[in-house]
Design a protein around this ligand. Structure first.
Ligand SMILES: Nc1nc2c([nH]c(=O)n2[C@H]2C[C@H](O)[C@@H](COP(=O)(O)OP(=O)(O)OP(=O)(O)O)O2)c(=O)[nH]1
Length: 135
């Protein structure tokens, strides 16, 4: 039987007071170039998912979120090249600081319904519907 090692990734739907969600654009020379994604990244060994997301939000956006403000929302399970992606999506409405694009090419705040018109990773598409009903 083929061995598949799942890749565990955590990501956040940061929601502002107007019900808009922050997306960041992946740089051109990465995998999934130029696509709009939820901020986040891989969970390192020995790290809880929440600690990983707190770390990624600080590294990628320079904001501080408390683990207790990360509400598990939904997940995606999808093939990703040779791997299999498990993407845990949290909703976060409270953080400190103003997000700045430290890794991404650009940031934008969008309503969930607007996400259908953006180029997002295929794994993210099933997540949009839930955000529409949640936010
Ligand atoms: N952060 C994030 N990653 C996503 C989303 N959708 C999706 O398929 N991914 C994938 C892209 C990457 O393969 C992986 C996230 O890990 P990453 O961004 O740290 O990985 P990477 O391969 O770009 O970077 P590297 O650390 O390997 O250089 O999950 C999403 O909405 N947000």
């Amino acid at each position: 039987m083929m061995q598949i090692s799942p890749l565990l990734v955590v990501a956040a739907a940061l929601v502002d007071a107007d019900g808009r969600v922050l997306l960041q654009q992946r740089p051109p020379h990465t995998s999934l170039p130029n696509l709009w994604e939820f901020p986040g990244g891989k969970v390192e060994p020995q790290e809880t998912p929440e600690a990983a997301l707190v770390r990624e939000l600080e590294e990628e956006l320079g904001i501080n979120a408390h683990a207790s403000c990360l509400a598990p929302a939904t997940f995606a399970s999808a093939p990703l090249g040779e791997r299999h992606l498990l993407l845990l999506l949290y909703v976060c409405r409270k953080w400190q600081g103003v997000p700045e694009a430290r890794h991404a090419t650009a940031l934008q705040w969008v309503r969930p319904a607007q996400m259908y018109a953006l180029d997002m990773p295929p794994a993210d598409l099933p997540l949009i519907g839930l955000l529409e009903s949640l936010i």
